[in-house]
Design a protein around this ligand. Sequence first.
Ligand code: DGJ
Length: 559
Amino acid sequence: MPASPPPHLRKTARSSQLIVNGKPFLLLAAELHNGSFSDAAYMSTVWPDMKQRHINTLLGAVQWDLIEPVEGRFDFSEIDKIILDARQHGFHLGLLWFGTYKNALSSYAPEWVRQDHERFPRIRIKQPDGSIQVIESIQPYCEDVRNADARAFAALMKHLAEFDQENQTVILVQIENEMGVMLDSRDRSPEAEALIKGPVPEGLLNYLRGNWDDLHPTFRDKFPKVQHAADGVQTWAEAFGGDQWTDDMFMADAFSRFAQHVAAAGRAEHNIPLYLNVALCSEDSSWQDFDQVPDGVPEGEIPGQFPSGGPVGHNLDVYLYNAPDIEFYAPDIYLQKHGKAAACFAWRNMPLFIPEQRRDAYGVRRIWAALANNLAISCSPFGIDSLEIEKCPLPLHYGLLSKLSGFILEAQAERASDIFGFFFDESKVFSDDSRWVREMGGFTVTVQRASVTGKPSPAAGMIIRQPDGSYLLAGFGYQVTWKSTSPRSIHTAILKAEEGDIDENGDFVRGRALNGDETAHGKLITMPAEDPDYGGFPIPFLIPARTMIAKCTPYSLED
Ligand code: DGJ
């Protein structure tokens, strides 16, 4: 019998945490390329390298076409090798079930599915010239494919329950991948044309009407009419307006039902957290974070530019209603602002899990804000196995975060207002006054770039206020000031500052005492960059980052 219950989510005051082997677990994760888990021999060259990057969880795909090459005959031999090797190297795994849908297509369905379009009819989309084209995607209302997918997924989960229940190597599972319809707002097949002329499922419409105040703000913004929709049965056009967003809703209802059918079959065999990942919709223009999107790469602003019907922000309520066995929705953040997407999915106590994001320094420095400000359980750069370790920012960032994980998990669960994350990108100007501000423990805490006499460096970090009133700082390239919020305060300064480290028991141990130059004589504390730029200034008052961990206690004098 396993020593502890299987991995599961535990609700906290503002979110949820993943519990593994009975304890909260911070996933310092990264996602491998699509085919990496299809070959244990390839992965044998990857595990040691990933270990050096302080990764503790790797996400990789299990492919339907490989585990059920012949209908009804399952082969788990390769994924078993992957799980055993992961265990041997001390990794947890997140498995991605590439079933019927992967990037809104069915390229991972087995050959006996893809070659039988009578039994497994295809989605059809409208081309720019108005013609209707069959595409490499199977209709989500096709019961045969839904049942076949669910049966294969259930077989995988049954196998995992037998093979992994005691070790808990696999701690969560993604169902399908970026579901939806691309390059059109909906399926134009005869089956779809008949369905969309029919009624919106009454239960769904009643749920949306009856829970208006609890619905996702992006849904309420997009469909204000629904709040006062007349009672009774309505067609999709009557309920949602009959435009491309109605198509999006129609497909969301279909895909969410599909996902639920697969999830329920899987959970019945092995009850560990299941989620869907999301190809994002930019819910408004403020989401865009990449202004030179190459031709052909969807901007994600309208249905078909993002996978129409996918579990994007404004469709979440439909998924929550139709798919109770999906526990959370996980944004893939590449071209949208990290903070916008994070806030959208850190909703209704669902944990924020970013299974895919940029793997460069720009993306990785945003992990600090997601973990601290959105209480993320993980942010996982994609394609990590094709990025040489010399170019990879994870050893630096995950090396620090792994030391801090106990402090992060405790604050996330118990004192979410006492944990504060931030980052600064390459400075476009020398005198950049951008700042992050948070009220914490009776002080206004202001974080700016570490002042240097040359060019400021990029920065990232977090501050976690401790129960004893001190502040644990981690990261590099920034400085912090405190100002008492008491109206009677006549002076605020730093009482004590210490560089330190976290020992193997997870406790802070003091290193150098910081004062003078390092705290501007009590005015602020600097968490220096690894190579602070003097810009030619001759007085060497700046020290380079060493442990990148410190503890600081401010004080205030009052009248
Ligand atoms: C998002 C998908 O989920 C990944 O599998 C991969 O295809 C990336 N896009 C990169 O294109």
